[in-house]
Design a protein around this ligand. Structure first.
Ligand code: GUN
Ligand code: ZN
Length: 440
């Protein structure tokens, strides 16, 4: 933001109502910290302290810049754990279901990303749209083209965002124009890994699209990559749709289940992010939990494509590491508030009650835990990178009226979750710097 080297080391104190999570409120009493008159003290882009303003006031240096957000709620930036940037321009495409939607809209659009300039243009818009919605980190899908991942990395780097992406691997059951091979897919992925993984705030995810579009040879190559890069992320789709599950059973008759296909190739481990995970059995859930892999629950997508309802009862019973994701463009919104809204309703349909406190945890700290980032983002722990957002409870006339009636933090957060969208995002900070101020 600034070119003055003096201000780069300046401490900034951001005052407002401060909330963050350290544990899952579903299972822990002392899961969060909240200060009505709170402050974040940020030095060199990192959290130096978070707490009550009067208690911390003495620690704010005399030359600190004070930013006053009193009346507004400051929370860690959202982390979207499964989102397809190449599907930005085909969001809201009408279709009766996943496999038709892939053939008709998704694959033709993804073809365009062979052109690096095209990819760069969409990646730029996409990262801005994330920020406009208060999402400061994401686990992102590129396309099969190496240039598509490069474009997202470059645009994320330009905005200093903590982001993950990977080149899609698929070598069968897809159009010729989007097909790699077990060899080229592995070679391109290894090249991207060596150049982008852990470069500043960027990281790489090994990205087989889903079991139906990879041969056994390609899945084996993914497993080899995973062994060669033990700290690389892994992302894929699993058990999203009944037709897809049936198809996988036909393609992999020896596998015990859809999830087992990935397990056989060593793709279940901490840092692996499994999209959807609707049609799992008890063994699958136990295995997922034991492996340390995580689930990206994508409720707007599951409703839009008629895929099914994520089972929160079973998820909790097995202590799955569940996180929240938009899955744009199968998902219908970039907003994590809209995603919470849908998650709550999906849970209700299964007889489960998802609290707002839990949803804010899922959208922040839970994702950081799943990604091994608890010392980096997702909370205001000392030393974390200061990615945070400021929420305006008066953002719209209706939200203002509802917030006025709120008597508890849960009620206020619930109003954000049910009524909120990009309009609620007052401002966004990336490593302590204002990243986005919406037009009036
Ligand atoms: N399964 C395989 N590819 C995709 C995709 O692009 N979106 C969704 N929602 N599911 C998939
Ligand atoms: Zn997806």
């Amino acid at each position: 933001m600034t070119t003055n080297p003096k201000t780069d080391s300046l401490t900034r104190a951001i005052r407002g109502r401060v909330l963050h999570f350290l544990r899952d409120p579903q299972f822990h009493e002392d899961a969060y910290q909240y200060w009505d008159d709170g402050v974040l003290i940020v030095t060199n882009g990192r959290i130096a302290a978070a707490g009550d303003y009067t208690q911390l006031a003495a620690r704010i240096p005399a030359d600190a810049e004070i930013v006053d957000h009193r009346g507004k709620l400051i929370v860690p930036g959202f982390i979207d754990t499964h989102v397809h940037y190449p599907q930005t321009d085909m969001i809201a495409s009408p279709s009766p279901g996943l496999l038709h939607w892939l053939e008709t809209y998704t694959f033709p659009e993804e073809r365009r990303f062979a052109d690096p300039d095209y990819a760069r243009g969409v990646a730029g818009f996409f990262t801005e749209e994330l920020l406009r919605n208060g999402t400061t980190s994401a686990v992102v899908w590129s396309t099969v083209h190496k240039a598509s991942a490069e474009a997202l990395f470059a645009e994320s780097e330009a905005r200093n965002l903590r982001m993950v992406t990977g080149k899609v691997m698929m070598d069968r059951n897809c159009p010729e124009f989007l097909r790699d091979t077990a060899e080229t897919g592995a070679r391109d992925s290894a090249d991207l890994l060596s150049r982008w993984h852990n470069k500043g705030r960027l990281a790489y995810a090994i990205t087989p699209r889903f079991a139906p579009t990879s041969t056994e040879a390609q899945l084996a190559a993914c497993g080899e990559l995973a062994r060669a890069y033990p700290d690389a992320f892994i992302q894929t789709h699993v058990a999203e749709n009944r037709d897809e599950v049936k198809w996988v059973a036909e393609l992999f008759p020896d596998a015990r289940s859809y999830l087992d296909v990935y397990d056989r190739y060593g793709l279940l481990r901490p840092g692996a992010m499994y999209g959807h995970a609707i049609y799992l059995d008890q063994d699958d859930r136990r295995r997922l939990a034991d492996s340390g892999a995580a689930v990206a629950h994508c409720p707007t997508s599951n409703l839009f494509l008629g895929s099914g309802f994520y089972d929160f009862h079973q998820s909790d019973a097995n202590r799955l590491n569940v996180t929240l994701a938009t899955d744009v463009g199968g998902g219908t919104s970039f907003s994590m508030f809209r995603t919470m809204n849908a998650a709550h309703k999906v849970a209700r349909m299964g007889g489960y009650y998802l609290t707002a406190l839990r949803m804010f945890y899922l959208a922040t700290r839970a994702a950081a835990e799943a990604l091994g980032w608890t010392d980096r983002v997702g909370s205001f722990s000392v030393g974390c990178e200061a990615d945070f957002i400021v929420l305006d409870p008066k953002a719209t006339p209706l939200i203002a009226r509802r917030s006025n009636r709120s008597e508890t933090l849960e009620e206020e957060l619930f109003a954000f979750a049910m009524l909120g969208d990009d309009r609620v995002i007052d401002s966004v900070y990336v490593m302590g710097e204002a990243a986005h101020v919406p037009a009036a």
